[in-house]
Write a protein of this length. Structure first.
Length: 390
C-alpha cells in the first residue's frame, strides 16, 4: 500500500529566521514518522531548489524551497504585493504535489494563504488543514485599530473561506475561543501547541556575556521578533525608572528583529540606558544564548490576544529561567507560564502598568541576587550559567 501524502506549506524555512518554518520542519517529521510522505514547501532567501525525499520513520520528507526576497513591513503596499506573489509562487511550486496528495496543511504565514488555497481546493478537493499561527486580516485590523470598509469586506470573505476548511490546528486556548467566536464549530478545531524548537542538553553553558552587560546583577533578554503585535512602551518606561532606582541591577540584552526592535534600541540609547544589541544567531546556538539570560521578557498588546501567540514562551518555560510577561491574563502566554512556573519565577503585568513592571523587575533582581549569593557569585561571570527561545 502506498503511503498517504501530505503537502505542508509555510513561509521561511531554516536557516532563514522564522518561527513558523522552524516548527514546520519539526511537525513534518512527526507526520513522516506516522507513515506520511510529506512534501514541505517554504520560502528561502537563497536559490530555489528541490531536495530529494529522505526516509523518516515509516514515511519520508522532501523539501521544496522557493526563492523570495525579504521586504519592508512598514510599507503597506509592498507588504500586499509581496504576500500575493509569495502565495502564488508557493502554490505553483507545490501544485503537482498537491494534485497527488491526500491532505494539504497550510499555516497563517505567509498571510492570507487561505484566500488562495481554499478557492483552489474547490477544484482539488483535498482534506484541508489550517494551522492558524496568526489570524489575518484580524492582525491588520488590530494594528490599525479599526477595520474600515476594505478590511471589513476582506474579513467577511475570510470567514466564508474558513468555513470551508476541514480541520483547524490552534496553538492555544485563546485561539480556539477566537475561532469559535468567528463561527467555526468546536468539533473542527484541535489544540496542537508548538513545542520548544530547541533542546537544552544537560551541562549546557551559556554564550559568553558581552562586556556591555557586565557590572550588573543579571540580564533581561528579549530575543526573537519584536513586531507590531508586541508592546514596547511599557518596558521602555519601566526600564527607565528601574535603572534610575537600581543602576547596578538587571541589564537589557536585545537580540531581535521586527518593526519595533530598532525603535526600542534607539529609544533606550537616547535615554542613556544600558543595552546590548546583537544579531540573530543560528538555531543550533540558540539554546546557549537563551540560557545566558536570567530573565526572559515577553510582551503582547491586548488587541492581539488570541490572534497571536508568542511561540518563544514554550522554550522559555522549558529552560526554567524567569519570565516577565507584559500582557493580558487571557493570553495563553499567561496560562502556560503560570501553570508551569512558581510565583518566584514568573510575573505578569498589564500593558501600560509601568509601576507594576518596575516592581516586578526589582523582585526579579532580588531573586537573582539571592541565587548568585547561594552559588558564590558576587557579580556576573563571563559565562552565565545554565538553564531558553526566540
Amino acid at each position: 500500500m502506498s503511503p498517504k501524502r501530505l503537502v505542508y506549506l509555510c513561509d521561511w524555512l531554516p536557516p532563514d529566521f522564522g518561527a513558523v518554518g522552524q516548527y514546520a520542519k519539526l511537525f513534518s517529521r512527526e507526520w513522516a514518522k506516522e507513515g506520511w510522505a510529506v512534501t514541505l514547501v517554504g520560502l528561502t532567501t537563497d536559490k530555489s531548489k528541490r531536495e530529494a525525499a529522505k526516509p523518516v520513520g515509516n514515511g519520508a520528507i522532501e523539501v521544496i524551497r522557493v526563492h523570495r526576497r525579504t521586504y519592508g513591513k512598514h510599507r503597506f503596499t509592498s507588504r500586499v504585493v509581496w504576500t500575493i506573489l509569495s502565495n502564488l509562487l508557493l502554490l505553483r511550486a507545490a501544485f503537482w504535489a498537491m494534485w497527488r496528495s491526500d491532505a494539504v496543511l497550510f499555516t497563517g504565514s505567509p498571510p492570507l494563504m487561505l484566500h488562495f488555497i481554499a478557492p483552489l481546493n474547490v477544484f482539488l478537493r483535498k482534506q484541508l488543514i489550517y494551522r492558524i499561527t496568526d489570524f489575518h486580516p484580524e492582525c491588520l485590523i488590530a494594528e490599525r485599530g479599526r477595520a474600515g470598509f476594505g478590511l471589513a469586506l476582506v474579513s467577511r470573505v475570510t470567514k466564508f473561506w474558513r468555513r470551508r476548511v476541514d480541520t483547524f490546528e490552534a496553538l492555544g486556548l485563546d485561539q480556539i475561543r477566537r475561532l469559535i467566536d468567528g463561527g467555526i464549530p468546536a468539533e473542527r478545531i484541535r489544540l496542537k501547541r508548538d513545542p520548544s524548537p530547541v533542546y537544552f542538553a544537560a551541562g549546557l553553558t551559556g554564550l559568553p556575556l558581552p562586556d556591555e552587560l557586565r557590572g550588573g546583577v543579571g540580564v533581561v533578554l528579549y530575543s526573537g521578533n519584536w513586531g507590531i503585535a508586541h508592546d514596547e512602551q511599557t518596558f521602555i518606561e519601566a526600564y527607565s525608572l528601574y535603572t534610575a532606582q537600581s543602576p547596578r541591577g538587571l541589564r537589557f540584552w536585545l537580540n531581535a528583529v521586527g518593526a519595533k526592535a530598532d525603535c526600542v534600541e534607539r529609544e533606550l540609547c537616547a535615554r542613556g540606558l544600558p543595552i546590548y544589541r546583537s544579531n540573530l544567531i543560528s538555531l543550533e546556538q540558540l539554546p546557549r544564548l537563551l540560557i545566558a539570560a536570567d530573565v526572559h521578557l515577553i510582551t503582547l498588546r491586548d488587541p492581539f490576544v488570541g490572534y497571536v501567540l508568542p511561540s518563544k514562551v514554550h522554550a522559555c518555560i522549558e529552560s526554567g529561567k524567569r519570565i516577565l510577561f507584559v500582557g493580558d491574563a487571557s493570553s495563553d502566554v499567561h496560562i502556560l507560564a503560570k501553570g508551569a512556573l512558581s510565583s518566584s519565577k514568573y510575573c505578569r503585568v498589564g500593558v501600560g502598568d509601568v509601576n507594576g513592571l518596575v516592581k516586578a523587575m526589582h523582585a526579579m533582581e532580588n531573586a537573582v541576587t539571592l541565587e548568585r549569593k547561594r552559588e558564590g557569585f558576587e557579580e556576573l561571570s563571563p559565562v552565565v550559567g545554565a538553564g531558553t527561545i526566540r
